[in-house]
Design a protein around this ligand. Structure first.
Ligand SMILES: NC(=O)c1ccc[n+]([C@@H]2O[C@H](COP(=O)([O-])OP(=O)(O)OC[C@H]3O[C@@H](n4cnc5c(N)ncnc54)[C@H](O)[C@@H]3O)[C@@H](O)[C@H]2O)c1
Length: 413
């Protein structure tokens, strides 16, 4: 079995997951090199690798000057630092797997697409949802004709209030000028999925949305800047940063931002929160990412509406077809014991599907594992395994997100 050699640039929380999954498939992958500004993150990947001549670098630039022997460069730097390493890696002859969004600028995304086409290299975007059992099964059901023609789609992404505060109020994607608009940063996944499921190009987009809740107002005037500055509402506040020290929050949330999340004692974490962005009051941050947005999409003979909100948990999907209706997603899984339910127009339930997934794998609905499997399948005998078609679809999905943001801003004026 041919092994694919992986080199990583930007070894933060996403790449940590992908590198662990790749290291667990030693028959398929070799971890040959890693670059990060933080040496301990490179060390983490080095420890996963079985190679004695593993190469460590202090930056993506350094790695891309040295050009280690690898098949694929995995890029997991922050949103605004995808374009440059991606272009350099393609020009150096590597295939690339890059985190979403491909870039924060649509014209750069189109440049990457053109370059990949010209050089006949594969660029895979980490659209993990495409690789989840849930969306793969929905796609299969649509293709089987079970639902007939899809006439309407309704999709919701509930980011989850704590997740929203962690990422879009206190965290990396709070200030859109330093990252990308929320609809691009978070929902290029969802718009990609809609385009993929419907299987047609979108003709028109309109959108509304704003930042309504996570802002300073009169009712927050009495609150301190930081949760641990004797906040009078610390006990009852859902967003109290001290929660980062709890067992569950350490694993799910602290691990994304604090490398010694599993060994540091509570005092150490609380001291770190004292100067960290994640210790700030959620009503007193420098955030401008919207906390709710709706997007209407016209796909020709099919219309779709998409809602993203901080105040819901998980993704749900409803497809209205000429033969049947499909409903599914997190809410159905949690409360109705089925990931997908299909009802025909006589009112009969014709399909009920539940996926056995561990809690661990259920993060990203099993998509992280699926993505790493697909990375092998799609790259191992490239270009036979996959046409460039899917990159152009991914670019369309990104373009929808940028169009939605443009429309939202127009409606605000
Ligand atoms: N696919 C998904 O579902 C998903 C989920 C969350 C985040 N993301 C995306 O993944 C990307 C990374 O997110 P994250 O949460 O892992 O971020 P992170 O901040 O944890 O990791 C980024 C890493 O890049 C490193 N870095 C910065 N500049 C560098 C340089 N010049 N050379 C080498 N390394 C450098 C940083 O030190 C850091 O370790 C973002 O673009 C984000 O939008 C995708």
């Amino acid at each position: 079995m041919k092994k694919l050699k992986l080199a990583f640039i930007g070894c933060g929380s996403r790449v940590k997951i992908y590198s662990q999954l790749a290291a667990a498939s030693q028959e398929k992958f070799e971890l040959v090199a890693a670059a990060d500004l933080r040496p301990e993150r490179v060390e983490f990947i080095k420890n996963l690798s079985t190679l004695e001549n593993f190469k460590s670098y202090e930056s993506g630039d350094q790695l891309l000057s040295d050009l280690p022997e690898a098949d694929i460069i995995v890029i997991g730097t922050q949103d605004q630092s995808h374009f440059e390493p991606c272009v350099k890696a393609l020009n150096a002859g590597y295939h690339v797997m890059v985190e979403k969004p491909l870039s924060t600028d649509l014209s750069e995304i189109r440049q990457i697409e053109a370059l990949a086409n010209k050089l006949k290299k594969r660029v895979m975007v980490c659209h993990v949802l495409r690789y989840t059992p849930f969306y793969k099964e929905v796609k299969r059901m649509i293709a089987s004709g079970l639902l007939g023609e899809i006439v309407n789609v309704r999709a919701v992404e509930g980011i989850n209030p704590w997740h929203f505060s962690h990422s879009y109020v206190r965290g990396h994607w709070a200030d859109t000028s330093k990252s990308s608009p929320m609809i691009v940063a978070k929902c290029c996944h969802d718009l990609d999925i809609l385009r993929w499921l419907i299987g047609k190009s979108c003709k028109k987009v309109s959108s509304y949305g704003e930042l309504s809740y996570f802002t300073e107002s009169k009712k927050h005037e009495h609150l301190p800047e930081r949760c641990n500055h004797d906040c009078p509402e610390a006990k009852s506040c859902f967003y109290n940063a001290a929660k980062y020290t709890s067992k569950d929050f350490r694993k799910t949330w602290l691990s994304q931002i604090y490398d010694s999340y599993d060994i540091a004692d509570d005092q150490e974490v609380l001291e770190w929160l004292e100067s960290s962005d994640w210790g700030r009051c959620v009503y007193k941050c420098d955030n401008n990412a919207v906390d709710h947005q709706v997007v209407n999409l016209d796909f020709g003979d099919c219309t779709a509406s998409f809602t993203v909100t901080a105040f819901e948990h998980g993704r749900h999907l409803e497809l209205f077809g000429t033969k049947a209706v499909l409903k599914g997603g997190d809410f159905y899984r949690r409360h109705l014991g089925a990931d997908i339910i299909v009802e025909d127009h006589h009112g009969n339930v014709t399909e009920k599907v539940f996926f056995e997934l561990s809690d661990e794998a259920y993060h990203h609905m099993g998509g992280d594992e699926g993505l790493v499997e697909a990375l092998y399948e799609q790259m191992v005998d490239w270009p036979l395994s996959q046409s460039l078609e899917s990159l152009s679809e991914v670019v369309e999905g990104h373009a929808l997100a940028f169009a939605a943001e443009e429309s939202r801003l127009e409606q605000m004026n």
